[in-house]
Design a protein around this ligand. Structure first.
Ligand code: G3H
Ligand code: 13P
Ligand code: ZN
Length: 312
């Protein structure tokens, strides 16, 4: 089947009590690792591309890699999504350039301005058959070059969500409930806890409406150790506990974003390979196990965290 929008996916995820995985892609091996796992697990998937990914790999290369995955995995629905679109122009370039879904992230702007920018993107996207994710509330961490310090992060205010969704016409809403981007999400020694009260209040005010969670990597300690044991230095890297993500997936959360975990799996695997084989220099030899570990990591997410295996 051709690339799809997330509309049907989210309807099924909402009523089925699971979430669709949204995985960031930056190169061929990442696209392959993710989609091979999804095809084998018969899981729907969202492949998402950030502004940084477009700058790194080039828009056309990424679109063509995803189109290749669509050909290779004909039985599963695949969405091509812009992650954290910073402005109307970037969203328009992706809408015109083959994406089926875009995020406009004006969450750092004042409420009225966020509405205005989002509304403009929605008008253009809907006229072209593309769906739009928007964001209310700000996550800590790094999104492209924008770094939000933990102290400046703010939870979504549930009392704002109905007005925001009705005035913008967005198709899904990313909310801030304590997740953050990157590999250092919580202070070591503290107990990571998402604000399910905020999520449930948003859910109550937007019945049937798909909610999105960003910053949802769990930072597998297996890969943090692999990195640290093989010349890396990532002390205190901590992610969102998987059981909390599973709980979120059972609620109105229909899309869960994961990028850092893929990076950890890839980097850990390559570091270990280099450490064990200092004589090797053929990129295929280290990219192959890295791709295989991304695939296994994604398979685990689909089965044990998102609950979307067999839902394609
Ligand atoms: O939300 C951020 C994603 O992990 C993308 O990261 O902007 O470094 O590509 P990036
Ligand atoms: P992580 O850094 O937790 O993987 O979050 C990814 C993300 O939210 C992409 O938009
Ligand atoms: Zn994000």
């Amino acid at each position: 089947m051709p690339l799809v929008t997330s509309t049907e996916m989210f309807k099924k995820a909402y009523s089925g009590g699971y979430a669709v995985g949204a995985f960031n892609v930056n190169n061929m091996e990442i696209v392959q690792g993710i989609t091979e796992a999804c095809a084998e697990e018969k899981a729907p998937v969202i492949l998402q591309v950030s502004k940084g990914a477009r700058a790194y790999a080039n828009h056309t290369y990424l679109v063509k890699l995803v189109e290749a995955a669509v050909i290779e995995c004909p039985e599963i629905p695949i969405v091509l999504h812009l992650d954290h679109g910073p402005d109307f122009e970037t969203c328009k370039a992706c809408i015109d350039g083959g994406f089926t879904s875009v995020m406009i992230d004006a969450s750092s702007k004042p409420f009225a301005e966020n509405i205005e920018i989002t509304r403009k993107v929605v008008e253009y996207a809907h006229a072209h058959g593309v769906v739009v994710e928007a964001e209310l509330g700000t996550l800590a961490g790094i999104e492209d070059e924008v770094k939000v310090e933990a102290g400046n992060a703010s939870y979504t205010r549930p009392e704002e969500v109905e007005e925001f969704v009705s005035k913008t016409g967005c198709d899904s809403l990313a909310i801030a409930i304590g997740t953050s981007h990157g590999a250092y999400k919580f202070k070591p020694g503290t107990k990571p806890q998402l604000r399910f009260d905020v999520l449930h209040e948003c859910e109550k005010r937007l019945p049937g409406f798909p909610i999105v969670l960003h910053g949802s990597s769990s930072v597998p300690q297996e890969y943090v150790e692999m990195i640290n044991e093989n010349g890396g230095a990532m002390p205190g890297a901590i992610g969102v506990p998987e059981e909390q993500l599973r709980e979120a997936a059972r609620s109105a959360v229909c899309k869960i974003n994961i990028d850092s975990d893929l990076r950890l799996a890839m980097t850990g695997t390559i570091r270990k390979f280099f450490n064990e084989h200092p004589d090797k220099f053929d990129p295929r030899e280290y990219l192959k196990p890295a791709r295989a570990n991304i695939k296994e990591l994604v398979r685990h997410k689909l089965r044990d965290v998102l609950g979307c295996s067999g839902k394609a």
